[in-house]
Ligand binder design. Sequence first.
Ligand code: SAM
Length: 301
Amino acid sequence: MFNGNYPKLQLLNEIFIEKYPFMGSTINNGFTAFGKTWAVEVEELLAAMFATNQQLTKAVDGYVRFAMDVTRRQSRFDDACEYPQKSFNQVADEVYLNDEYMERYYLPGLLLSHMLWPHHYRQSRFFTATFLRDMEVMGAKEFVDAGVGTGFLSRLTLAACPDITGVGFDVSPASKKFAELQVANYKLLDRYQCKLLNLCTQPTKVETDWLISAEVLEHLEDPLSFLQRLRVILRPGGKGFITAALNAAEIDHIYLYRNPIEVQDQLIEAGFTIEQYQSIPAYKPRKINIPTPEVVAFIVT
Ligand SMILES: C[S@@+](CC[C@H](N)C(=O)[O-])C[C@H]1O[C@@H](n2cnc3c(N)ncnc32)[C@H](O)[C@@H]1O
Protein backbone atom coordinates (compact mmCIF):
# COMPACT_ATOMS: atom_id res chain seq x y z
CA MET A 1 0.00 0.00 0.00
CA PHE A 2 1.42 3.39 -0.90
CA ASN A 3 1.95 5.84 1.91
CA GLY A 4 3.03 9.44 2.46
CA ASN A 5 1.37 12.80 2.10
CA TYR A 6 -0.02 12.69 -1.44
CA PRO A 7 -3.58 14.08 -1.33
CA LYS A 8 -4.10 14.15 -5.10
CA LEU A 9 -2.67 10.69 -5.59
CA GLN A 10 -4.85 9.45 -2.74
CA LEU A 11 -7.90 10.92 -4.46
CA LEU A 12 -6.87 9.38 -7.79
CA ASN A 13 -6.57 6.02 -6.03
CA GLU A 14 -10.05 6.42 -4.51
CA ILE A 15 -11.61 7.34 -7.87
CA PHE A 16 -10.13 4.22 -9.46
CA ILE A 17 -11.25 1.97 -6.60
CA GLU A 18 -14.77 3.40 -6.38
CA LYS A 19 -15.63 4.10 -10.03
CA TYR A 20 -13.37 1.70 -11.90
CA PRO A 21 -12.58 -1.23 -9.58
CA PHE A 22 -11.03 -3.21 -12.45
CA MET A 23 -8.28 -0.54 -12.41
CA GLY A 24 -8.26 -0.36 -8.60
CA SER A 25 -4.65 -1.55 -8.24
CA THR A 26 -3.18 1.04 -10.65
CA ILE A 27 -1.78 3.38 -8.02
CA ASN A 28 -0.46 0.69 -5.71
CA ASN A 29 1.24 -0.96 -8.67
CA GLY A 30 2.87 2.33 -9.68
CA PHE A 31 4.08 2.99 -6.16
CA THR A 32 5.43 -0.54 -5.78
CA ALA A 33 7.28 -0.33 -9.10
CA PHE A 34 8.62 3.23 -8.97
CA GLY A 35 8.41 4.41 -5.33
CA LYS A 36 8.40 7.88 -3.86
CA THR A 37 9.98 9.68 -6.83
CA TRP A 38 7.07 8.55 -8.96
CA ALA A 39 4.51 9.48 -6.30
CA VAL A 40 5.96 12.99 -5.99
CA GLU A 41 5.92 13.48 -9.78
CA VAL A 42 2.32 12.28 -10.09
CA GLU A 43 1.24 14.43 -7.15
CA GLU A 44 2.82 17.51 -8.78
CA LEU A 45 1.30 16.77 -12.17
CA LEU A 46 -2.20 16.23 -10.78
CA ALA A 47 -1.98 19.39 -8.66
CA ALA A 48 -0.78 21.43 -11.65
CA MET A 49 -3.29 20.11 -14.17
CA PHE A 50 -6.40 19.13 -12.20
CA ALA A 51 -6.89 21.61 -9.37
CA THR A 52 -10.40 20.54 -8.35
CA ASN A 53 -11.81 17.11 -7.53
CA GLN A 54 -14.25 17.52 -10.39
CA GLN A 55 -11.44 18.17 -12.89
CA LEU A 56 -9.53 15.13 -11.67
CA THR A 57 -12.60 12.90 -11.85
CA LYS A 58 -13.28 14.07 -15.41
CA ALA A 59 -9.67 13.40 -16.40
CA VAL A 60 -9.86 9.88 -14.93
CA ASP A 61 -13.11 9.24 -16.84
CA GLY A 62 -11.29 10.30 -20.03
CA TYR A 63 -8.24 8.20 -19.20
CA VAL A 64 -10.32 5.07 -18.55
CA ARG A 65 -12.20 5.42 -21.83
CA PHE A 66 -8.90 6.05 -23.65
CA ALA A 67 -7.28 3.00 -22.02
CA MET A 68 -10.26 0.74 -22.70
CA ASP A 69 -10.29 1.83 -26.34
CA VAL A 70 -6.60 0.90 -26.59
CA THR A 71 -7.32 -2.51 -25.02
CA ARG A 72 -10.17 -3.22 -27.47
CA ARG A 73 -8.09 -2.22 -30.49
CA GLN A 74 -5.12 -4.25 -29.25
CA SER A 75 -7.25 -7.32 -28.89
CA ARG A 76 -8.34 -6.96 -32.55
CA PHE A 77 -4.69 -6.45 -33.50
CA ASP A 78 -3.80 -9.71 -31.74
CA ASP A 79 -5.96 -11.51 -34.34
CA ALA A 80 -5.20 -9.43 -37.44
CA CYS A 81 -1.57 -8.41 -36.75
CA GLU A 82 -2.30 -5.30 -38.87
CA TYR A 83 -3.65 -1.84 -38.08
CA PRO A 84 -6.99 -1.04 -39.76
CA GLN A 85 -6.23 0.95 -42.93
CA LYS A 86 -6.74 4.69 -42.40
CA SER A 87 -5.47 7.79 -44.12
CA PHE A 88 -3.86 10.63 -42.18
CA ASN A 89 -6.79 12.88 -43.14
CA GLN A 90 -9.27 10.40 -41.70
CA VAL A 91 -7.35 10.28 -38.42
CA ALA A 92 -7.02 14.05 -38.33
CA ASP A 93 -10.81 14.46 -38.71
CA GLU A 94 -11.64 11.71 -36.23
CA VAL A 95 -9.02 12.65 -33.62
CA TYR A 96 -6.65 15.65 -33.91
CA LEU A 97 -9.22 18.16 -35.22
CA ASN A 98 -12.01 16.78 -33.05
CA ASP A 99 -11.74 19.10 -30.04
CA GLU A 100 -14.36 17.24 -28.02
CA TYR A 101 -12.57 13.90 -28.43
CA MET A 102 -9.15 15.42 -27.80
CA GLU A 103 -10.17 17.36 -24.69
CA ARG A 104 -12.33 14.70 -23.06
CA TYR A 105 -10.43 11.52 -23.84
CA TYR A 106 -7.21 11.69 -25.84
CA LEU A 107 -5.26 14.39 -24.01
CA PRO A 108 -6.16 13.46 -20.40
CA GLY A 109 -5.68 9.81 -21.39
CA LEU A 110 -2.27 10.43 -22.89
CA LEU A 111 -1.16 12.68 -20.04
CA LEU A 112 -2.08 10.18 -17.32
CA SER A 113 -0.61 7.34 -19.39
CA HIS A 114 2.79 9.05 -19.12
CA MET A 115 2.68 8.29 -15.40
CA LEU A 116 0.35 5.28 -15.11
CA TRP A 117 1.56 3.02 -17.92
CA PRO A 118 4.85 1.51 -16.76
CA HIS A 119 6.38 1.46 -20.26
CA HIS A 120 5.48 5.13 -20.82
CA TYR A 121 6.87 6.13 -17.43
CA ARG A 122 10.06 4.11 -18.03
CA GLN A 123 10.49 5.90 -21.34
CA SER A 124 10.18 9.31 -19.68
CA ARG A 125 12.82 8.22 -17.14
CA PHE A 126 15.07 7.20 -20.02
CA PHE A 127 14.52 10.65 -21.56
CA THR A 128 15.37 12.35 -18.25
CA ALA A 129 18.42 10.21 -17.47
CA THR A 130 20.01 10.48 -20.92
CA PHE A 131 18.87 13.21 -23.33
CA LEU A 132 17.69 15.74 -20.76
CA ARG A 133 20.79 15.17 -18.64
CA ASP A 134 22.96 15.90 -21.70
CA MET A 135 20.99 19.08 -22.30
CA GLU A 136 21.57 20.19 -18.71
CA VAL A 137 25.28 19.31 -18.73
CA MET A 138 25.89 20.98 -22.09
CA GLY A 139 23.89 24.08 -21.17
CA ALA A 140 21.31 23.74 -23.97
CA LYS A 141 19.79 27.08 -24.86
CA GLU A 142 16.90 26.06 -27.11
CA PHE A 143 14.93 23.03 -28.28
CA VAL A 144 12.22 22.00 -30.73
CA ASP A 145 9.45 19.52 -29.86
CA ALA A 146 7.89 18.15 -33.06
CA GLY A 147 4.42 16.76 -32.23
CA VAL A 148 3.91 18.06 -28.69
CA GLY A 149 0.72 16.12 -27.85
CA THR A 150 0.15 16.97 -24.18
CA GLY A 151 3.38 18.99 -23.92
CA PHE A 152 4.75 16.49 -21.39
CA LEU A 153 8.34 16.36 -22.70
CA SER A 154 8.42 20.09 -23.48
CA ARG A 155 7.42 20.80 -19.89
CA LEU A 156 10.01 18.40 -18.42
CA THR A 157 12.67 20.08 -20.56
CA LEU A 158 11.72 23.64 -19.61
CA ALA A 159 11.60 22.69 -15.94
CA ALA A 160 15.01 20.99 -15.98
CA CYS A 161 16.90 23.68 -17.94
CA PRO A 162 16.24 27.09 -16.39
CA ASP A 163 17.76 29.14 -19.25
CA ILE A 164 16.28 27.23 -22.16
CA THR A 165 13.60 28.39 -24.60
CA GLY A 166 11.51 25.97 -26.65
CA VAL A 167 9.24 25.80 -29.67
CA GLY A 168 6.64 23.08 -30.06
CA PHE A 169 4.69 22.12 -33.18
CA ASP A 170 1.46 20.20 -33.54
CA VAL A 171 -1.28 19.81 -36.13
CA SER A 172 -3.99 19.68 -33.49
CA PRO A 173 -5.42 22.91 -32.03
CA ALA A 174 -6.45 20.96 -28.91
CA SER A 175 -2.89 19.62 -28.41
CA LYS A 176 -1.45 23.11 -28.83
CA LYS A 177 -3.88 24.46 -26.24
CA PHE A 178 -3.28 21.60 -23.80
CA ALA A 179 0.53 21.78 -24.14
CA GLU A 180 0.44 25.52 -23.52
CA LEU A 181 -1.79 24.96 -20.51
CA GLN A 182 0.55 22.38 -19.04
CA VAL A 183 3.59 24.61 -19.56
CA ALA A 184 1.70 27.63 -18.18
CA ASN A 185 0.51 25.69 -15.11
CA TYR A 186 4.17 24.96 -14.29
CA LYS A 187 4.88 28.70 -14.79
CA LEU A 188 7.18 28.12 -17.75
CA LEU A 189 5.20 29.70 -20.60
CA ASP A 190 7.45 32.76 -20.83
CA ARG A 191 10.12 30.48 -22.39
CA TYR A 192 7.85 28.49 -24.72
CA GLN A 193 5.84 28.89 -27.89
CA CYS A 194 3.60 26.29 -29.50
CA LYS A 195 2.72 26.57 -33.18
CA LEU A 196 -0.05 24.96 -35.17
CA LEU A 197 1.47 23.19 -38.15
CA ASN A 198 1.33 19.98 -40.17
CA LEU A 199 4.96 18.87 -39.95
CA CYS A 200 4.58 16.64 -43.01
CA THR A 201 3.31 19.26 -45.41
CA GLN A 202 4.17 22.72 -44.11
CA PRO A 203 7.65 24.22 -43.74
CA THR A 204 8.81 24.94 -40.18
CA LYS A 205 11.69 27.32 -40.97
CA VAL A 206 13.40 26.36 -37.70
CA GLU A 207 16.73 24.80 -36.83
CA THR A 208 17.84 23.42 -33.50
CA ASP A 209 20.67 21.67 -31.68
CA TRP A 210 18.16 19.75 -29.53
CA LEU A 211 15.25 18.02 -31.20
CA ILE A 212 12.48 16.02 -29.53
CA SER A 213 9.86 14.04 -31.41
CA ALA A 214 8.07 11.49 -29.29
CA GLU A 215 5.33 9.12 -30.48
CA VAL A 216 4.68 10.79 -33.82
CA LEU A 217 6.20 8.45 -36.44
CA GLU A 218 3.50 5.79 -36.15
CA HIS A 219 0.84 8.47 -36.70
CA LEU A 220 2.01 9.19 -40.24
CA GLU A 221 1.53 7.69 -43.68
CA ASP A 222 5.15 8.28 -44.65
CA PRO A 223 7.35 8.50 -41.55
CA LEU A 224 10.56 8.35 -43.61
CA SER A 225 9.88 11.65 -45.32
CA PHE A 226 8.95 13.14 -41.92
CA LEU A 227 12.32 11.95 -40.58
CA GLN A 228 14.06 13.54 -43.55
CA ARG A 229 12.38 16.83 -42.59
CA LEU A 230 13.50 16.38 -38.97
CA ARG A 231 17.04 15.77 -40.19
CA VAL A 232 16.99 19.21 -41.82
CA ILE A 233 15.67 20.82 -38.61
CA LEU A 234 18.49 19.25 -36.53
CA ARG A 235 21.73 21.16 -37.07
CA PRO A 236 24.91 19.17 -37.74
CA GLY A 237 26.36 18.25 -34.33
CA GLY A 238 22.92 18.50 -32.70
CA LYS A 239 21.13 15.72 -30.85
CA GLY A 240 17.66 14.25 -31.22
CA PHE A 241 15.33 12.15 -29.07
CA ILE A 242 12.99 10.31 -31.42
CA THR A 243 10.55 7.61 -30.38
CA ALA A 244 7.95 5.33 -31.90
CA ALA A 245 5.30 2.89 -30.73
CA LEU A 246 5.51 -0.64 -32.15
CA ASN A 247 2.64 -3.10 -32.48
CA ALA A 248 0.39 -0.71 -30.60
CA ALA A 249 -3.09 -0.48 -32.11
CA GLU A 250 -4.39 2.92 -31.08
CA ILE A 251 -7.07 5.01 -32.74
CA ASP A 252 -4.53 7.24 -34.53
CA HIS A 253 -1.76 4.76 -35.33
CA ILE A 254 -1.44 4.32 -39.09
CA TYR A 255 2.08 3.08 -39.78
CA LEU A 256 2.86 -0.32 -38.28
CA TYR A 257 6.39 -0.77 -36.97
CA ARG A 258 6.88 -4.40 -36.02
CA ASN A 259 10.32 -4.11 -34.37
CA PRO A 260 12.92 -1.49 -33.37
CA ILE A 261 15.11 -2.29 -36.39
CA GLU A 262 12.45 -0.95 -38.76
CA VAL A 263 12.58 2.40 -36.98
CA GLN A 264 16.37 2.32 -36.81
CA ASP A 265 16.63 1.64 -40.57
CA GLN A 266 14.44 4.66 -41.36
CA LEU A 267 16.46 6.89 -39.03
CA ILE A 268 19.66 5.85 -40.77
CA GLU A 269 18.12 6.27 -44.21
CA ALA A 270 17.02 9.79 -43.23
CA GLY A 271 20.65 10.62 -42.36
CA PHE A 272 20.74 10.20 -38.57
CA THR A 273 23.43 8.35 -36.62
CA ILE A 274 22.20 6.24 -33.72
CA GLU A 275 23.91 6.95 -30.39
CA GLN A 276 21.78 4.70 -28.22
CA TYR A 277 18.28 3.31 -27.91
CA GLN A 278 15.94 1.70 -25.43
CA SER A 279 12.95 -0.47 -26.23
CA ILE A 280 10.36 -1.22 -23.55
CA PRO A 281 7.45 -3.66 -23.86
CA ALA A 282 4.06 -2.65 -22.45
CA TYR A 283 3.66 -5.98 -20.67
CA LYS A 284 5.03 -9.50 -20.62
CA PRO A 285 4.32 -11.40 -23.86
CA ARG A 286 0.92 -13.07 -23.48
CA LYS A 287 1.14 -15.70 -26.18
CA ILE A 288 3.80 -16.96 -28.51
CA ASN A 289 3.62 -15.29 -31.96
CA ILE A 290 1.43 -12.42 -30.79
CA PRO A 291 3.49 -9.23 -30.83
CA THR A 292 3.57 -7.18 -27.64
CA PRO A 293 3.15 -3.40 -27.87
CA GLU A 294 6.42 -1.58 -27.24
CA VAL A 295 7.84 1.91 -27.17
CA VAL A 296 11.29 2.50 -28.59
CA ALA A 297 13.32 5.66 -28.03
CA PHE A 298 16.42 6.59 -30.03
CA ILE A 299 19.04 9.19 -29.24
CA VAL A 300 20.44 10.32 -32.57
CA THR A 301 22.92 12.80 -33.94
C1 SAM B 1 0.86 10.59 -29.26
S1 SAM B 1 0.86 12.32 -29.47
C2 SAM B 1 2.51 12.82 -29.12
C3 SAM B 1 2.88 12.67 -27.71
C4 SAM B 1 3.76 13.75 -27.19
N1 SAM B 1 4.99 13.88 -27.92
C5 SAM B 1 3.99 13.46 -25.76
O1 SAM B 1 5.09 13.00 -25.43
O2 SAM B 1 3.04 13.68 -24.98
C6 SAM B 1 0.88 12.54 -31.20
C7 SAM B 1 0.76 14.01 -31.55
O3 SAM B 1 1.28 14.18 -32.85
C8 SAM B 1 0.50 15.15 -33.50
N2 SAM B 1 0.68 14.97 -34.95
C9 SAM B 1 0.34 13.88 -35.68
N3 SAM B 1 0.67 14.09 -36.97
C10 SAM B 1 1.22 15.32 -37.05
C11 SAM B 1 1.73 16.11 -38.11
N4 SAM B 1 1.73 15.65 -39.37
N5 SAM B 1 2.18 17.35 -37.84
C12 SAM B 1 2.17 17.81 -36.57
N6 SAM B 1 1.69 17.12 -35.52
C13 SAM B 1 1.23 15.89 -35.75
C14 SAM B 1 -0.91 14.86 -33.01
O4 SAM B 1 -1.76 15.97 -33.17
C15 SAM B 1 -0.69 14.52 -31.56
O5 SAM B 1 -0.81 15.65 -30.73
